[in-house]
Design a protein around this ligand. Structure first.
Ligand code: ZN
Ligand code: ZN
Length: 309
């Protein structure tokens, strides 16, 4: 079968490979791409095993054993580490990663598979993976009437939409006019500069954005860091708001299986307009160019790989 294979940072090849191994074989119908895939291609990533390796972690397809349409979750928690034993499976210390959606087929543990609701297209189902991470981040945020999202990329827009659905007053901050227009279409106010906000969700993943989020939070408010900075990054934060204004800082990472199911429900119900976040439909051969071109600004959209193309 054909698969996109990373041979080294910057070296992506589409080639014939052996059939994947795994408990259940899934024929991939749609795999969306995101900033993590861009990072994996450009710089490598800690969860990639040794090269050559397959990647793609937002994957929808059809189980070859039962014919059922499924979302292939990108990890299975170990169940035995400290966080797992405390019910915090999103931060499992030893998950089994399920990567390789950019291929004609992927092998997955049955525990990673989620049924796709009828009526939800495969490309939309694939987006349940990043949307689940947004569901998780909003759950980490706690209640507040008013909220701001820093960064109008696809995750920032998903966060904004979830907060709007909860009836909150939501502001999205992004320097790109096109992304501000997308945020407005999702029901948020759009600005190019944050004011003061009770809750700030950072969805950029750069030290200066982490600092900007802390500077923008109101006394007694909460910041949730959703965007991961490059590995090894130390971020210097102002101490005064943390101490004198009792600002809460929280991280948000990944998701739980229940959050994936919730994301699938939201997408199937039309509550999150995934088509507004879908980019070009491409075959495996278009992936390298699509990932390389992803940082140019303009609208936030996710390329959709349809490996059968
Ligand atoms: Zn992703
Ligand atoms: Zn664990």
């Amino acid at each position: 079968m054909r698969a996109a294979v990373l041979h080294a940072p910057g070296d992506l090849r589409v080639e014939e490979v052996a059939e994947p191994e795994g408990e259940v074989l899934v024929r991939v119908t749609a795999a969306s791409a995101c900033g993590t895939d861009r990072k994996m291609l450009a710089h490598g990533h800690p969860i990639l095993e040794r090269y050559p390796c397959r990647f793609g972690h937002e994957t929808a397809g059809v189980r070859q054993d039962t014919g059922e349409r499924v979302l292939v979750g990108d990890s299975v928690a170990c169940g035995g580490c400290g966080p797992c034993l405390r019910g915090r499976t999103a931060i499992c210390r030893a998950p089994t990663w399920v990567l390789g959606g950019f291929a004609e087929r992927i092998g997955a543990p049955a525990a990673a598979l989620h049924p796709v609701p009828d009526g939800l297209e495969d490309a939309g189902a694939a987006m349940a993976e990043p949307l689940a991470a947004a569901v998780h981040a909003v759950a980490r945020a706690g209640p507040s009437r008013e909220a701001a999202v820093l960064g109008g990329g696809t995750i920032g827009l998903m966060l904004a939409r979830l907060l709007v659905l909860e009836g909150r007053d939501v502001t999205v901050c992004d320097r790109h006019r096109e992304r501000r227009a997308q945020a407005a279409a999702f029901g948020a106010r759009a600005v190019d500069r944050l004011g003061e906000h009770e809750l700030v969700l950072e969805a950029v993943g750069r030290p200066e954005a982490w600092r900007a989020a802390v500077r923008a939070v109101a006394p007694g408010g909460t910041v949730v860091f959703v965007g991961g900075c490059p590995r090894g990054t130390d971020v210097a934060l102002p101490s005064e708001p943390l101490h004198y204004a009792e600002v809460d800082l929280r991280g948000a990472f990944h998701h739980t299986p229940a959050e994936i199911d919730r994301a699938l429900e939201l997408l199937a119900a039309g509550d999150v307009a995934w088509r507004a976040l879908a980019g070009a439909r491409i075959g495996l051969d278009g992936l390298a160019a699509a990932l390389a071109g992803g940082e140019r600004g303009g609208e936030a959209r996710k390329p959709i790989v349809e490996p059968w193309r």
